[in-house]
Design a protein around this ligand. Structure first.
Ligand SMILES: [Zn+2]
Length: 304
C-alpha cells in the first residue's frame, strides 16, 4: 500500500457519505493517537507482544480500527497501513483483502456492538493485575487516582465457565476470546451491577488472562488501564505491609470513589499529554503519521 493509504481509503470511502473535512481531520487525529496509544501501553508494561487497543471509527461508528497481526506488537505499530478496519457487526474486515488480524478482535467488536457509548477498548495481560484474580482477592481502589474503579471494584469474567456450553468444534481451552459468542459474554460483563440497562463499567477483569477496559475516548481508556495497574501495585504493597491483616487495608468509600471518578475524568488529559511525550522521545517508538499538538485541555475548576 502507498503512503497513508489506510487513512486515504477510509477518508475517501467516508467522503461518499459526508463531504466534511472536519470529519477527515477527526479521523486522522484519532488514528495518530491510536498509534501513539499503542506505544504508551507498551511503555507502561500493559502490553508486550500481546495485548491490543482499538477505536471506533469516529466517522463511521459501525466500524472499528485496530492494529494488524503484523507488526502487531504494539510497540512496533507506526503507520496507518499497520491498522485494519473491521465491521462492528461481525468483526470481518472492511477490506476483504486485509492482512491477518488478531484472533482476539472479538473482544473489541462485541464491546463496540453492545455499548454504543464506547469509543476505545484496551485488552491487557498486566502482570500486576492477574495475581489478584488467581488469588481470589477483590481489586478495590486504594487511592484517589483509581476512583473510577468504584468502591466495590471491577467484576471478574471467567471464560472457563463457558467451555461446557461450546460446540466441540469451537472448544479451545486457551482462555482467548476468539469468537463472537465469547466476545458477547465478555461484553455483557460490562453492565453495572444491578443496572442492566446502564453502563458500561470501566473495567472487566479476566480470570487467568488479564483485563479489558473501555472509555469514551482513547485518553480515558488509557488512563483507566494505567491507573488500574498502578492501583494493583499499591494494593499489593499494602497487603504486604499488613501481613495477615487483610481487613485493615483502607479502600476508598463509595462516596470517595465517586468524587475521585469525577476528578479523574477532569484531569486525564494532563496525564495523557505527558504519556504522549514520553513515547515521542523514546527511540523504540515511531509514529510516522505525527502526533497531534492541539488536543483539548481539561482540568479542575479553581476553588475560590
Ligand atoms: Zn488476551
Amino acid at each position: 500500500m502507498s503512503e497513508s493509504s489506510e487513512f486515504s481509503e477510509l477518508a475517501q470511502r467516508d467522503r461518499s457519505l459526508s463531504d466534511s473535512k472536519s470529519e477527515d481531520s477527526a479521523l486522522k487525529t484519532q488514528l495518530q493517537l491510536l498509534i501513539s496509544a499503542n506505544h504508551i501501553l507498551h511503555h507502561h508494561n500493559l502490553v508486550d507482544a500481546f495485548g491490543h487497543i482499538s477505536i471506533r471509527n469516529p466517522v463511521n461508528p459501525s466500524e472499528y480500527i485496530i492494529a494488524a497481526y503484523d507488526p502487531g506488537a504494539p510497540a512496533l505499530v507506526s503507520k496507518f497501513t499497520d491498522l485494519i478496519t473491521y465491521h462492528v457487526s461481525d468483526s470481518t474486515p472492511v477490506d476483504p483483502n486485509a492482512a491477518k488480524g488478531y484472533s482476539e478482535r472479538y473482544i473489541h467488536g462485541e464491546i463496540f456492538a453492545r455499548w454504543p457509548e464506547v469509543n476505545c477498548v484496551i485488552h491487557s495481560h498486566s502482570e500486576a493485575v492477574i495475581p489478584f484474580m488467581t488469588s481470589n482477592i477483590q481489586i478495590k481502589p486504594v487511592f484517589h487516582m483509581a476512583g473510577f474503579l468504584g468502591a466495590e471494584g471491577p467484576r471478574t469474567f471467567d471464560v472457563t465457565k463457558l467451555y461446557t456450553t461450546m460446540d466441540k468444534g469451537e472448544y479451545s481451552p486457551d482462555m482467548l476470546i476468539k469468537s463472537a459468542y465469547l466476545g458477547q459474554s465478555l461484553a455483557q460483563g460490562f453492565r453495572e451491577s444491578g443496572k442492566d440497562g446502564e453502563g458500561p463499567a470501566p473495567v472487566v477483569l479476566q480470570h487467568k488472562h488479564g483485563f479489558t477496559c473501555v472509555g469514551e475516548s482513547i485518553q480515558r481508556a488509557v488512563y483507566r488501564a494505567i491507573y488500574l495497574q498502578k492501583n494493583c501495585e499499591l494494593l499489593q504493597k499494602s497487603i504486604g505491609l499488613m501481613g495477615d491483616g487483610m481487613g485493615s487495608v483502607s479502600y476508598l468509600t463509595e462516596e470517595e470513589a465517586e468524587g475521585c471518578r469525577q476528578m479523574n475524568e477532569l484531569t486525564e488529559d494532563k496525564a495523557f499529554r505527558l504519556w504522549l511525550r514520553e513515547v515521542e522521545v523514546n527511540p523504540l517508538y515511531h509514529n510516522a503519521e505525527g502526533v497531534p499538538r492541539d488536543l483539548p485541555v481539561g482540568g479542575m475548576k479553581d476553588v475560590h
